[in-house]
Design a binder for this molecule. Structure first.
Ligand code: PLP
Length: 373
């Protein structure tokens, strides 16, 4: 007998925390992974009214309230013309739980999960927790994931490949052509495509498309959340969408590990999804302005940086020692290596921070860049 499970021993504490701990209290934080906007008033009101009316005193259905699942289904019809039955939705405790459900329900020990590197830290960790084998794959020069790279990486042992667009940590948005390819690969190789779409609404230049729109089989599951779109990271409300047989397997995990998503958060999410969407548009406009300022600042500092089309991150290539120089000037950025081996030599800069702080940070970054040249 060993004291701790091997699956969990494989998982290390996220490298992002280490940076925060090394920083001084009044540092400018460009390491943040959540919007710096308030949750829209109508969403907050949705929760408060439900609490006052006593609607949140009990467990909801394991899958979530019918009204929330209808609101989620209606969103997919509105946004993508996808007809989703509310029975094919599970409301989860954030996008994180949804990712966990997909991997727990589909990955056997020894099976591989392909995901982007650099990529969101949870794909590697949750693959290990599910007992699977992480298979990180590199990105194109523009930091998008090439469907051909995924197709080449697939073996008889591959259970799942992950697509994340817009992406954390790169801000890259996959084209419609890529999404069609991912759907084809999922269909032809009979491998599950896990499409992580938590940043779906934060897109500036192109439009977000989902591989679920293009797949001919049920080999695509979609994960999304209120977290980034409605600035609701603290509420913990996300969802997963899949075919009957996939939802049934994921429900077996969800109903025992979670019972149901938090009821007040479900009412807030329903209000967020069915109410006015202007707060989202205003937030996205603000992010776009900031992205442009950050891009200009980094380019002026002489850094090479692909133009991110979504989320709220920029990922420049940086010289050795750069992150330390930046941190010494009290600006927090996350070294790219926290997101996978191929992230070495990059840094993730989040612009979910007020414009004046960003401008000040860019001056300090300019100074730090000159110091390592
Ligand atoms: N997927 C990606 C790509 C993310 O960046 C995050 C959070 O940072 C999540 C999923 C998890 O989101 P949630 O806060 O809804 O659990």
């Amino acid at each position: 007998m060993t004291e701790f499970a091997h699956r969990v021993e494989q998982v290390s504490i996220s490298g992002i925390r280490e940076v925060f701990e090394a920083a001084s209290e009044d540092a400018i934080n460009l390491g943040i992974g959540q919007p710096d906007f308030p949750t829209p008033a109508h969403a907050r009101r949705g929760a408060v009214e439900a609490i006052e009316a006593g609607h949140t005193d009990a467990y909801t259905s394991n899958k979530g309230t019918p009204q929330l699942r209808e609101a989620i289904a209606a969103k997919y019809d509105r946004d993508y013309g996808l007809e989703i039955d509310p029975g094919n939705v599970i409301a989860t405790s954030g996008g994180s739980e949804a990712l966990h459900l997909v991997l727990e329900a589909h990955v056997d020990p020894g099976e591989e999960v392909i995901f982007p590197d650099p990529g969101f830290v949870s794909y590697d960790a949750l693959t290990n927790i599910a007992g699977g084998t992480p298979k990180p794959v590199p990105l194109r020069d523009d930091l998008t994931l090439d469907p051909a790279t995924v197709e080449e990486a697939i073996t008889d042992d591959t259970a799942v490949f992950v697509v994340n667009s817009p992406a954390n940590p790169t801000g890259a948005v996959q084209s419609e052509e890529d999404m069609r390819e991912f759907a084809r690969i999922a269909d032809e190789h009979d491998v599950l495509c896990l499409s992580d779409e938590v940043y779906e609404k934060i897109v500036f230049d192109g439009v977000h498309r989902s591989p679920m729109e293009f797949a001919e089989t049920d080999n695509v599951v979609v994960v999304s959340a209120c977290s980034k779109t409605y600035s609701m990271t603290g509420w913990r409300l996300g969802w997963v969408i899949g075919s009957n047989r996939r939802i049934e397997r994921m429900l077996r995990v969800h109903q025992y590990a979670q019972a149901c998503a938090s009821a007040p958060a479900q009412f807030a999410a329903e209000a967020a999804l069915t109410g006015p969407q202007d707060p989202v548009e205003e937030m996205v406009d603000a992010f776009e302005d900031r992205r442009d300022v950050v891009l200009d600042g980094l380019e002026d500092a002489g850094l090479e940086v692909p133009t991110p089309e979504g989320a709220f991150y920029v990922m420049p290539k940086v010289p050795e020692g750069w992150c330390d120089e930046v941190l010494e000037r009290d600006v927090i950025v996350v070294p790219g290596g926290a997101f996978g081996e191929n992230g070495e030599g990059y840094a993730r800069i989040s612009y979910a921070t007020a414009m004046e702080d960003l401008k000040e940070a860019l001056e300090l970054i300019d100074d730090a860049t000159a110091a390592v040249r």
